[in-house]
Design a protein around this ligand. Structure first.
Ligand SMILES: Cc1cc2nc3c(=O)[nH]c(=O)nc-3n(C[C@H](O)[C@H](O)[C@H](O)COP(=O)(O)OP(=O)(O)OC[C@H]3O[C@@H](n4cnc5c(N)ncnc54)[C@H](O)[C@@H]3O)c2cc1C
Length: 305
């Protein structure tokens, strides 16, 4: 999801601005990559909904906070939500819609980026780096995700595990929603991202070190919460469950910038690395050309030291 508004959180005002700056670049970024893999953008617009009254109160606080930040989001009535997404549970309380947000197919995106790099003459060496000091290069950009702290001593990046499920739509099963649906379900969060042949459901969140086994409890919670908002999933087929590691920092802002004359960090993107990809690319190029972007003035990787 490219969802800086729907994932916005009071206290994370700088992350909201950074996410919006990257979202503004996304349509051009996707258009450029379209030549390498079509269909990267899979849906436009996000709707956020609540299951109970406490969830609805939390959502309305977020909506007020977004408006205070100068980014009002659209209000939806129950009838509008029912008309727009008739397969969702009828009793849901609509929160808001963010029409500028997008969802992308992350696997197609990586395929396109790999092909684009290849076409631009990037040489890929499939080897694990163990020590950046021995690399023979004048400039080094470390973009090692959750493992960045293993290459750059003291880099404050830790892994935050997350699980996602992929379901495929079987013949006769109800159609998935047309937009991304984010839901607050009795205090927990779940999202449904429509895909051409089904749905992606995510995501759990645990502090579990570098361990990436999918847990039975994670799958149960995701399915139960997703079914609470879209009962039709019980007729879908189970395609995949997978766990990954979000590279998190203490303030949830990425580490984007130089740590010395030779090494630049592009890491710590937490739950928004795909959203922040085009901004990160611009920021790295700007940093290497000696003219850092104003938009990254709060991402200095040395801000914790
Ligand atoms: C369940 C889940 C859901 C998510 N949903 C979203 C979402 O909806 N929207 C969004 O924007 N983001 C989302 N994210 C976050 C996003 O996936 C991350 O922010 C992003 O992948 C970070 O990109 P990265 O390239 O910095 O790190 P990674 O994707 O982790 O890539 C780092 C790479 O560096 C390699 N590497 C590490 N160490 C070395 C070494 N020593 N030598 C060589 N290579 C090395 C690794 O093998 C890996 O390929 C989600 C993450 C998870 C886990």
């Amino acid at each position: 999801m490219l969802a800086p508004l729907s994932e916005g959180w009071p206290g994370e005002e700088r992350l909201l601005e950074l996410g919006l700056a990257s979202l503004a670049r996304w349509d051009d970024f996707a258009a450029e990559l379209d030549a390498f893999a079509a269909g990267i953008v899979t849906s436009r617009s996000t709707v956020t909904v609540a299951v109970d009254e406490a969830d609805a109160r939390d959502l309305s606080r977020i909506r007020d906070w977004l408006a205070d930040q100068g980014h009002p989001v659209g209000a939806l009535s129950r009838a509008e939500l029912r008309d727009a997404e008739p397969e969702l549970t009828r009793a849901l309380r609509p929160g808001f819609s963010a029409d500028a947000e997008r969802a992308v197919d992350n696997r197609r995106l990586l395929k396109a980026l790999t092909a684009a790099c290849h076409a631009s003459g990037v040489q890929r060496i499939a080897e694990r780096v163990t020590d950046i000091d021995v690399l023979p290069h004048e400039q080094v950009v470390v973009a090692a995700g959750a493992w960045t702290g293993k290459l750059v001593k003291g880099a404050p990046v830790r892994p935050v595990k997350g699980e996602v499920l992929r379901l495929h739509r079987r013949n006769g099963a109800p159609a998935p929603p047309t937009r991304t649906v984010r839901a607050w379900v009795h205090g927990r969060h779940v999202y449904l991202v429509p895909r051409a042949h089904g749905l992606v459901i995510g995501a759990t969140q645990y502090e579990a070190g570098f361990e990436t086994q999918v847990t039975a409890g994670g799958v149960r919670d995701l399915l139960a919460d997703a079914e609470a908002i879209f009962p039709g999933i019980s007729e879908y087929g189970f395609a995949e469950c997978i766990a990954g590691l979000r590279p998190a920092t203490p303030d949830n802002m990425p580490l984007l910038g130089r740590i010395d004359e030779r090494v630049t960090l592009a890491a710590g993107h937490g739950r928004g690395g795909i959203l922040l990809a085009p901004l990160t690319a611009d920021a790295v190029v700007a940093e290497l050309s000696g003219a850092p972007l104003d938009e990254t003035k709060h991402t200095n990787p040395r801000r914790f030291s």
